[in-house]
Design a protein around this ligand. Structure first.
Ligand SMILES: NC(=O)c1ccc[n+]([C@@H]2O[C@H](COP(=O)([O-])OP(=O)(O)OC[C@H]3O[C@@H](n4cnc5c(N)ncnc54)[C@H](O)[C@@H]3O)[C@@H](O)[C@H]2O)c1
Length: 334
């Protein structure tokens, strides 16, 4: 088994990617400080508990496991939080990435796949969004991803490093066998928030605006099943190790958009229950329509989404959500 260091592998997308890596014959070595991740999601390889900003801890992990590559997920993810507390984001997302790049250099690890985001585009002039679209992030979170991509590109230009940055659109869904899933706290993503409203864990879901220039007035997003997203990382890793390209960036989405109302209707169909919701004001900086042009990833990586119908995304997320609630009930009873 070829060892791959997975920073943030105890989190949502990282844990699904560890499962995909193990299935593809790699050994995922998770490097995670468990600040928002969970030890119980580390199931496909060892866990090294550490902060990516800690050079000594990184060097020890590189020395012990001798990874052939790094997949870098670790960081803060909530856009709203980044606006009110940018220091929480620039530390791990920028300074942490610098420490990781330096540790890779010192340990002669030359292949990197990085978690970037559609947030680098800000409000795009048109949608579907191509990788060549102007990058005008609107939040410290988006800036941190853009800086990280820039730094990675500069290291690639000046050294033997090769990289693939994957710009995710909206990651959603859960593992088909409910072996891992989404556990964000606080949760900011539409589908788990809707489940919480449906199960009475929150009073209702607030839809952020219904007066956008879209068919039903609510925002349209590109939902990519986390299992498809995880496979994109394995494909990106193979591409990084086999192709001549030094530094690449690919959108990862389906190219299909669904409105908030369409998602709520699909949740009703899958669960048999309506989502209690009300209409709130628009959220600053939300584009009406944000859908990926994912043709570059399909062409270069040979990757294509196969689990990303709204029904499969919601069905898998619902199974995970219900299982988690059962688990939490038995844990709290102990
Ligand atoms: N979830 C999405 O829809 C989405 C969209 C675009 C991009 N991304 C990016 O994907 C990556 C993973 O997102 P996620 O949804 O799985 O988030 P997550 O919070 O579930 O996972 C992040 C992981 O990183 C770890 N971590 C954070 N700071 C760390 C540090 N300093 N040192 C070591 N470990 C640290 C956390 O403990 C956690 O396990 C992030 O970089 C995020 O910005 C996510």
């Amino acid at each position: 088994m070829k060892p791959v260091l997975v920073t943030g592998g105890a989190g949502y997308i990282g844990s699904h990617t560890c499962k995909a890596l193990a299935a593809a014959g790699f050994e995922p070595i998770v490097f995670d400080d468990l600040s928002t991740g969970f030890e119980r999601l580390v199931r496909w390889g060892p866990l090294v508990r550490g902060d990516i900003a800690d050079a000594a801890a990184l060097n020890a992990a590189f020395g012990k496991y001798r990874p052939i590559a790094v997949i870098h997920f670790a960081g803060r993810i909530a856009v709203g939080e980044s606006v009110v507390a940018p220091w929480l984001h620039y530390g791990p997302n920028v300074a942490g990435t610098i420490a990781l790049l330096n540790a890779m250099r010192e340990n002669a690890v030359d292949h990197l796949v990085f978690s970037s985001s559609a947030a680098v585009y800000g409000v795009p002039e048109s949608s579907p969004v191509h990788e060549s679209a102007p990058q005008r992030p609107l939040s410290p979170y988006g800036h941190s991803k853009r800086f990280a991509e820039q730094m990675i590109g500069d290291y690639c230009a000046a050294s033997t490093l090769k990289s693939v940055c994957l710009r995710y659109f909206n990651a959603a869904g859960a593992d088909a066998n409910a072996e891992t899933g989404e556990l964000h706290d606080p949760e900011t993503h539409l589908i788990p928030l809707a489940f919480d409203a449906l199960l009475g864990k929150r009073e209702q879901l607030t839809v952020n605006g219904d007066d956008y220039d879209t068919a039903d007035g609510t925002c349209v997003r590109d939902y990519i099943h986390v299992t498809d997203l995880a496979r994109a990382h394995v494909d990106a890793l193979n591409f990084c190790m086999q192709s001549e390209a030094r530094a690449s960036a690919f959108n990862v989405g389906t190219g299909n958009g669904y409105s908030v109302r369409e998602v709520l209707n699909a949740i009703n169909e899958v669960t048999g229950r309506p989502v209690p919701h009300s209409i709130g004001p628009r959220r600053a900086g939300d584009p009406a329509h944000l859908v990926a042009d994912a043709n570059a990833a399909k062409g270069a990586l040979g990757w294509t989404p196969i689990h990303s119908s709204l029904q499969e995304i919601i069905g898998s997320a619902w199974r995970w959500h219900q299982r988690e609630r059962g688990l939490l009930a038995s844990e709290s009873a102990q």
